[in-house]
Design a protein around this ligand. Sequence first.
Ligand SMILES: Nc1nc2c(ncn2[C@@H]2O[C@H](COP(=O)(O)OP(=O)(O)OP(=O)(O)O)[C@@H](O)[C@H]2O)c(=O)[nH]1
Length: 703
Amino acid sequence: MAQDVLTDLNKVRNIGIMAHIDAGKTTTTERILYYTGVNRKIGETHDGASTTDWMEQEKERGITITSAAVTCFWNDHQVNIIDTPGHVDFTVEVERSLRVLDGAVAVFDGKEGVEPQSEQVWRQAEKYDVPRICFVNKMDKLGADFYYTVQTIVDRLGAKPLVMQLPIGAEDDFDGVVDLLTMKAITWRGKVEIGAEPTYEEIPEDLKEKAEQYREQLIEAVAESDDELMEKYFGGEELSLDEIKAAIRKLTINSEIYPVLCGTAYKNKGIQPMLDAVIDYLPTPLDVGEVHGHKVGDEEVEMTRKPSKEEPFSALAFKVASHPFFGNLIYARVYSGRVTPSTQVQNSTKGKKERIGKLFQMHANKENPVEEAVAGNIYAFIGLKDVTTGDTLCDINDQIVLESMSFPDPVIHVSIEPKTKADQEKLSTAIQRLVDEDPTFTVRLDEETGQTVIGGMGELHLDVFVDRMKREFKVEANVGMPQVAYRETLKGVVEKYDYTHKKQTGGSGQFAKVQIRLEPLEDEKIEEGETYEFEDKVTGGRVPKEYIPSVNAGIQDSMQYGILAGYPMVNVKATLLDGQYHEVDSSEMAFKVAGSMAFKEAARMAKPVILEPMMSVEVTTPEDYMGDVIGDINSRRGQVQSMEERTGARVVKAYVPLSEMFGYVGDLRSRTQGRANYSMVFGHYAEVPASVSKEIIAKATGE
Ligand SMILES: Nc1nc2c(ncn2[C@@H]2O[C@H](COP(=O)(O)OP(=O)(O)OP(=O)(O)O)[C@@H](O)[C@H]2O)c(=O)[nH]1
């Protein structure tokens, strides 16, 4: 029988397993699920049968893309594991998981040590202040070196590891660990089968001295953290096991130290002590404390919720997944209060009421219905219609909008052209689903070409979209090359421009005359996010009131396609100065045409230019490569804004044109031996240099 949710929050841990690709995150997660009794049959990742990698595509790619929340139990504690992907292009997935985690296990490859992407997920965890313990995996592998790996935690992460165990034997002869707290050997000699229980024995003779030395280091680090313990320790008294554990717990929760354990997930050694450490050292929802948010409709008014069942209900949706029978599964972390199935709640982000159908606790791809969702836990909500990642669900009578995750703007677009009408319909369904699941995919219709244009975070990110669209939704489509989103604007002023629209065809004619002024929009308005302003300065009723919106609409129509290369025109102010109408022949349509044509012709004389998206790029690199990184940014027409130091690394901030950033992932990796990483969000639009402008125009006009 399935166990109920534990409502004592001291017994709940919400954790993630973070790792570089191939460090063994999936295998470790599988073992945890097996040892905690969720899995009967173990699935090896290389057979493509693992429980968390249940999407078909993930099996083929062998990487974990989606994060599923899995609930399991260990020593009377409930552990909710939120799966996090390891690939660099899915950093949004990593970030949204980190947003709802309380702690994490960082898995390292015992031969490679801290790898570039472990460095990247580590820094992301730092950003969200997630306490971590480290598991040095693959101790059975040829060349595995525990001490080297620990050193890379110091050198590459600038973090303070706390060695909790020493390995016994190495590679094929790795037998277990010395536990430096109990000073006992925990071994699995000759046992490789899953679930094998360890034997507790004396520390092997050849490791005794080393174990003493490391224990002393450990106790010293612990004693230094607390005045009382320090006095006791230097007074020659022994610290009790409970005291030591409590001090390590505190240091870990404050992210001052990172307990390090080791083992081999694949050969089933070291898993049980690692699970014990999750319970012993990682924070509970109570340790994490209250969550922040703001009042509905007013971001200035801060609000908080305590992790208590007695508070008003609030939850944050962090993942939308489709389920074959239940429609959308909304994974949400409940931060406060409680809620039962069939209750009406408020989606305070969207301002909509929603009724909860069922509530599930997820066991990988198997669901376990529950009667109540309570603060501090993670659930899948069924029956909600319009909830996307990042939305807050809350009590209708006591609303809050929780601090959400930040989603960067898409940096790359690709056009998709369905092959048949039936494909067009399937594409609409696919888009709806995929965008619900991942809000960093964006969609728009290019009215000129009729193509659907998808935006994403990187080439692999868009690959996933296209792949899933074809595979899961069976859409047959032509997919274009990735494109940059350019814009056009005006740099000059046209004081007065007259245009007369006149047509006499058979019956009633068409007549409209307008006089407009065009100029660049004020900088202040651009900063406020405006892109267009229309002013009506017509006097004496020379253009009747009812026709004025038509002139405005006509101008806006023309602005959709700029005059240089057809990109949308922005940051323009148009003023209607004067005009003329005809009692019989004027109409809304005639004034719209006049507005549209007047703009088109006048804009040509107002020094039109092309704008390109400048990305705000942040590169984190070891100091050794900083010169290379900056040189490369300059050669990409980038402008370095600042350089600063951050825990053992240098951070370079710059604005770089998006068009120069294609292939940057690979270039940066090879330039820095894979040790630097970067993030990129949209900054602002800026005028392109003349030579680039020429190229863009030539390409767009085919000349
Ligand atoms: N020798 C050895 N191999 C291991 C161990 N753990 C995992 N592996 C192997 O390493 C490879 C990668 O393991 P995964 O568990 O898929 O790694 P991952 O980090 O989840 O990788 P992604 O799912 O791609 O992010 C697989 O072939 C595993 O069988 C281990 O303890 N020892």
